[in-house]
Design a protein around this ligand. Sequence first.
Ligand SMILES: Nc1ncnc2c1ncn2[C@@H]1O[C@H](COP(=O)(O)OP(=O)(O)O)[C@@H](O)[C@H]1O
Ligand SMILES: O=P(O)(O)OC[C@H](O)CO
Length: 512
Amino acid sequence: MRYILALDAGTTSVRAIIFDHDGQIRAIAQKEIRQIFPQPSWVEHDPQEIWLTQIAVAMEALDRAHIGPRDVVGAGIANQRETSIVWDRETGNPVYNAIVWQDRRTAGMCDELRAAGHDGTIQKLTGLILDPYFSATKIAWILDNVPDARTQAEAGKLICGTVETWLIWKLTSGKVHVTDVSNASRTMLFNLHTGAWDKDLLKLFRIPESMLPEVRSSSEVYGAINAVPGLAHIVVAGAAGDQQAALFGQLCVQPGLAKNTYGTGCFLLQNIGAKPVASKQRLLTTAAWKIGEKQEFALEGGVFIGGAIVQWLRDGLQLVRSAQEADMLAASVPDSGGVVLVPAFTGLGAPHWDPYARGLIIGLTRDTRAAHIARAALEGVAFQVADLIDAMHADTGKPFTELRVDGGASRSEPMMQFQADLLGVPVVRPAVVETTALGAAYFAGLAVGFWQNTASIAAHWQVKRVFEPRMPRARATELRGCWNEALGRAKNWEPKEKTLHPKKRKNNRYEK
Ligand SMILES: Nc1ncnc2c1ncn2[C@@H]1O[C@H](COP(=O)(O)OP(=O)(O)O)[C@@H](O)[C@H]1O
Ligand SMILES: O=P(O)(O)OC[C@H](O)CO
């Protein structure tokens, strides 16, 4: 029997999963990684910790499956996207922590770019909305703020990448510096129409092209692992951003098919086929994947706090000890008792795009108990997803008849039921909710001939649970009205001055 190893480097945790030929999980190992918050609204990870934890869980997964590296025909990587790392080409040492996608420190830089009128061009070229979320301003921040970094980068001594690039580079002992189209399309440096790094954007963000990885397809052999004896010779043959990987793992391979992943954040993606059609609703157009010469695109809406709100109930508020306990607490009351929680802890993503919004709990009374807050937290995630669904519906003109879901927080029964109630359509959870890893496994397996084509894996997708809507539509409309009220109050909260770029010059340096 042969297997595929999937490495899923998520925001909250890294996982390694062994899949068999039927797309079933044979073994899984997982470990949370440290979230570093050096300042309010800054979020960092330690790149060395990501690397060491990732290989530790990979070895553990092999152990648990009682197999060795020779039983593995290929490895695929799915990763948290946009999170940016800059490191020394020679020593391999990062010059700064990974700046995580949720980080808002470059909001001021984005304001300067917007004031200078660059947002329209950026959207046209990249399919993205100008926001601190994407890699470009994060890389620029490192070059501007780490002593000597810009000089070193301009001398060709520093390179950069998102998390899959970092992991492939480490796994191959610094021999392979690549990314795939789906990850490249999240940097704000990649031209969706030419399929290459865009020289004008590189100039605008002042990022030397020599730092960037080579852009490859999502399903091909990039190199063999030689840095870890326990994984030696396994070929790395697939890579994609975790959300695009989940779209593939859910077999949304025809235009019109969509999924929503409830991980740290929530990401709704719909396959739009071979053309990068622009959104009219402030959604993103993104590369879905490239297999062989076939490039496909997706429309995407993402919210920054999804399952992370449950982590905050656990670690921040210390209201519960686990995600399961949060679900039980939330399910112990029939509703939130009028409490609304807007999880804008790191601003708001699509379709609002407000980096200055902050979290809010409103509607508290003397009767409010912890259970109401827990419930409002779960509901806040579902409200954000409902806003995304509306925006996507308005963009494509096609209503959703069901919603395919996956990701860690899709295990939450109260959240999924409330989601179905709000949307008025069934929420469908497949047997494998680790679809991110499954997608990465498929990309690798297709590259090495473990699976012949997409048709040969289509039969793997199986429904496990369907949440049917139970709430009267009038009640759902009323609740969404309350949500919109609360949302309005959370917007534009953080004073702009606080997030301005530390080296902000008197004159806007992005002036045309
Ligand atoms: N039963 C559950 N109910 C609600 N949230 C959950 C549950 N299990 C996990 N989560 C949340 O899901 C997130 C982890 O999902 P995962 O798909 O592993 O995310 P990531 O890929 O971003 O690391 C965490 O934020 C966690 O709080
Ligand atoms: O870590 P996740 O699964 O929430 O995914 C993060 C996204 O890739 C950010 O764009």
